[in-house]
Design a protein around this ligand. Structure first.
Ligand code: GLU
Length: 334
């Protein structure tokens, strides 16, 4: 008896759905959950991912009042970082990830399988802000003045899965060093490294991160650590030879110990997805951010100068996802 009632109801609901021009079951499918992989909770990726979600939800709320619904619910969990995010996007576990442009490049090309999952279906969504690779040195380690002078020191190479771990490995190769050349090579996360430096457990750490960053400030403003210049000949050659790195300046006064401008190199922070994620979802995410760019810019100083045209192309090596192309063409950004 109960069974009949349920199937009758299901039939009735199906009829309503069909009358409304949607297939039964599609009404439920319209609510989509997306997750954006970020980085450590004290990094800028975490802010970026959550800012994107905030714009997606804002569009949902404002769109609903105007009869335009996208039904997307977004979360941006803390993760191990760039190469972890790309691996999870490839596995279909995350729909999006924030990732350094160097690892976007190597994943798409498949030419660094020991560092990042080769994934030909990786797609660019947009580029965000420059992320200088920084060597942060303790107050007492005065003789560390370049990457080469890290030899024999206690150095944090970063956790596997983080972008800085991969970029540090690139530098090790460039300077003919291995992890055995350090007194200790630790694998601390971005959340642990600044305190380890202030506690004297390490002499320096490498971190690829947007400027300014609260985690870096723990070391510079908290225990007088300093950031060194990375612009000697081998680094110049690396930047000249690669499409995904550029030199950047960390302006004097950014941190307590930045008396001078600091010159270093780095990738861009980019948003990536998979060719398997639908055009509608990528379009809505891009639309939400670009339609609310002023709001987005206000959420972190690293986003303050975002330029929409640059965001469609800077340091993106994987092809743009069709959902992003659709929005950029509509707005004549490309
Ligand atoms: N660039 C770092 C990474 O790829 C993350 C930096 C951040 O969390 O802002 O892992």
């Amino acid at each position: 008896m109960k069974k009949t009632t349920f199937s009758t109801m299901a039939l009735a609901l199906g009829t309503v759905a069909l009358t409304a021009g949607i297939l039964p079951g599609e009404a439920a499918a319209q609510k989509s959950f997306i997750a954006i992989g970020t980085g450590g909770p004290t990094g800028v990726y975490f802010v970026a991912g959550n800012a994107i979600c905030r714009m997606v939800h804002k569009e949902a709320a404002e769109g609903a009042s105007q009869g335009r619904k996208h039904g997307i619910r977004c979360s941006a969990p803390s993760t191990g970082g760039s190469t972890y995010n790309i691996g999870q996007v490839a596995a279909g576990e995350l729909e999006f990830g924030v990732a350094q442009s160097d690892w976007q490049y190597h994943s798409y090309k498949g030419d660094a399988p020991d560092k990042v999952k080769p994934f030909p279906k990786l797609r660019s969504v947009f580029s965000i802000y420059p992320e200088p690779y920084q060597i942060i040195v303790s107050k007492d380690a005065k003789d560390i003045t370049s990457f080469a002078t890290l030899k024999g020191k206690k150095f944090n190479i970063g956790n596997p899965g983080s972008g800085q771990r991969g970029t540090t490995e690139v530098l090790l190769k460039l300077f003919n060093l291995t992890t055995k050349d350090f007194a200790i090579a630790t694998e601390l996360t971005s959340t642990e490294q600044a305190n380890a430096l202030c506690d004297g457990k390490i002499d320096a750490f490498g971190y690829t991160v947007g400027v300014p960053n609260a985690g870096v400030a723990v070391a510079t403003d908290g225990c007088d650590a300093r950031i060194i210049n990375l612009n000697d000949e081998p680094v110049k050659k690396l930047v000249a030879d690669t499409p995904y790195y550029a030199f950047t300046t960390i302006p004097k006064g950014t941190y307590k110990t930045s008396a001078e401008d600091i010159t270093t190199f780095g990738p861009m922070a980019t948003l990536v997805t998979s060719a398997d994620v639908s055009e509608d979802i990528v379009y809505e995410v891009v639309r939400a951010v670009f339609e609310n760019l002023d709001d987005f810019r206000s959420l972190h100083p690293a986003f303050a100068n975002l330029d929409p045209k640059d965001m469609t192309k800077n340091a993106l090596s994987a092809p743009l996802h069709p959902g992003a192309v659709k929005y950029f063409k509509e707005k004549k950004l490309m």
